[in-house]
Design a binder for this molecule. Sequence first.
Ligand SMILES: [Zn+2]
Length: 160
Amino acid sequence: MRCELCGKEAGDPKPVFVEGTKLNVCPACTRFGDKFSGGSSTSTTSRSVIEERLEKRKRRMSSRDVFSGDNEELVLDYRERIRGARDRLGWDQDKLASEIKEKKSIIAKMEAGDITPPEGLVKKIEKALNITLKEKVLAGGEVKGSGGRGLTLGDFIKKE
Ligand SMILES: [Zn+2]
């Protein structure tokens, strides 16, 4: 069965709650569940902490891509790029969500920086808005994993 968040094949999907909606997601996407959202009372301080954590997680996720030959990384200003492209097209979040067949809550969370969009979502947004959200990074650069070898998903989960 497929992960309901990133669309990748997930052998053992786990149920998580995203914006109160139950989704069956692959192990890599469980982090997008509500336990990291911080709720509505998120202060500026805790928001930046969350962003920092997501940023680190994103780097670790990206390191797997580096080793599998895909050395493109999500640009840091992807939120601005998405918002800017939406504005140029005159699309609101609802419109973008329906264009790429995603929940509006996912778009809102992504633009708010509460979640880092998974690979599948990035691709759909790039296509829908005709923008680029990924840039090549040098293999062996700062996104390289600490272990000097490709991390498997299993390694990743154990570390968590
Ligand atoms: Zn997934």
